[in-house]
Design a protein around this ligand. Structure first.
Ligand SMILES: Cc1cc2nc3c(=O)[nH]c(=O)nc-3n(C[C@H](O)[C@H](O)[C@H](O)COP(=O)(O)O)c2cc1C
Length: 384
């Protein structure tokens, strides 16, 4: 077993554990991947102030997200097909998150269904909703999430059309995954995955049983999604969801200050500054770049959450400094899951926690709730 010191190590292990089509599905972005890269590189250009001679022996990373106590300001993002990265991936992810004390959000297009996850965990999880053309089906999904006692609904707004992920097309990613002449050797080299996922019970969209076009390639699936996902979605639909869902509501995919001002009037409890992990509008700003203006536009009227490019605790701290209350992790969750199942997700969370704690201390703070922009380094004019 290799020594794991970072999420990059988990990523390297994940690459060995799952077939290329599955790994690339998590790892890659839309079109030329400009936004995907920006989500990482823009983090790297931010610096902390190094502070000394401050007692940081008593640290606290605990906070709340939409009123829910969390062990640290991190949540597992909704990711479609997580159950193809490891057998019962969504269940294992939820168990790891709950044991750690952070929220787990199940995707509409998960492999394990809402009911599968509910039966397997003993704490409420969050559910992410995509609005489909069939409003009856949306209402049905909301009802199922309520029946499963989900403690927040995350309404994703940035998939009104689907950005093209070229690598998925080239890899011929299919749902459920299939053994073909082209991928036979590669799949044969991953026996644990074959046994766990390919021969597993759950291999297709758990929440959409009876609605998907059957065993088809992702190209067909993309066409199906294009046909199902509703390009007419407007703020009126957000109002409709708000009326249907009495619990905590989180609007995901807000990247622009003008949209943030509208979102703040919808009665949502939080927004997520997100560009879908660089998988949708290529050429959109990185989320860390967009965050300050969105947070300012929200002006404290609801909570500001963040995702995009988080791969270490330092990233979490930078997002908090620029106005986020908490961060979702997408790829970092999937790398851990693909690498080592539930233990891998726990490892991801432990790495983030430890990096966050040390970075907080070296920046001269003890309590994550006191983080603000003052921890960031402003270069003197001559250096800029
Ligand atoms: C493989 C994958 C699948 C995703 N599926 C969904 C989804 O079903 N619903 C959703 O709202 N967001 C989805 N996202 C976006 C994530 O929720 C999140 O916004 C993004 O991953 C954050 O960026 P990061 O991966 O750099 O952490 C997905 C992301 C990935 C990587």
């Amino acid at each position: 077993m290799p020594v794991i010191t970072s999420i990059a190590d988990l990523r390297a292990l994940a690459r060995k554990r799952v077939p290329r089509a599955i790994f690339d599905y998590a790892d890659r972005g839309s079109y030329d991947e400009v936004t995907l890269r920006g989500n990482r590189t823009d983090f790297e250009s931010i610096r902390f102030r190094q502070r000394v001679a401050v007692d940081v022996s008593h640290q606290s990373l605990a906070t709340t997200i939409v009123g829910q106590p969390v062990a640290m300001p991190v949540a597992i993002a909704p990711t479609g097909l997580a159950g193809l990265f490891h057998r019962n991936g969504e269940i294992e992810g939820a168990r790891a998150a709950h044991a750690f004390g952070v929220p787990f959000c199940l995707s509409t297009v998960s492999i394990c269904s809402i009911e599968d996850v509910q039966a397997a965990v003993d704490k409420p999880f969050w559910f992410q909703l995509y609005l489909m053309r069939d409003r009856g089906f949306n209402a049905e999904l909301i009802g199922r999430a309520q029946a499963a006692n989900c403690s927040a609904l995350v309404l994703t707004l940035d998939l009104q059309m689907q950005g093209v992920r070229r690598q998925d097309i080239k890899n011929g990613l299919s749902v459920p995954p299939r053994l073909t002449l082209r991928n036979a050797l590669e799949i044969a080299a991953r026996p644990a995955w074959v046994w766990g996922v390919l021969f597993g019970k759950r291999r297709t969209f758990g929440n959409l049983a009876g609605r998907t076009p059957g065993s088809k390639s992702l190209v067909t699936l993309s066409q199906w999604i294009a046909a199902q996902f509703d390009p007419t979605v407007s703020w009126k639909d957000v109002e409709w969801v708000r009326k249907q869902w009495p619990g905590k509501l989180i609007l995901k995919g807000i990247l622009d200050a003008e949209d943030a001002r509208i979102a703040a009037t919808t009665g949502a409890d939080a927004i997520v500054v997100s560009n879908h992990g660089g998988r949708q509008l290529d050429g959109a700003p990185s989320t860390i770049c967009a965050l300050p203006a969105v947070a300012e536009a929200i002006g404290g009227r609801c909570e500001v959450l963040f995702d995009g490019g988080i791969q270490c605790g330092q990233d979490v701290l930078k997002a908090l400094a620029l106005g986020a209350r908490g961060c979702f992790i997408g790829k970092s969750f999937l790398y851990g899951l693909a690498a080592m199942g539930r233990a891998g997700v726990t490892k991801t969370l432990e790495l983030l926690r430890d990096e966050l704690a040390v970075t907080l201390g070296l920046a001269g703070l003890s309590d994550v709730r006191s983080v603000d922009r003052r921890i960031l380094y402003e270069p003197p004019r001559a250096e800029r």
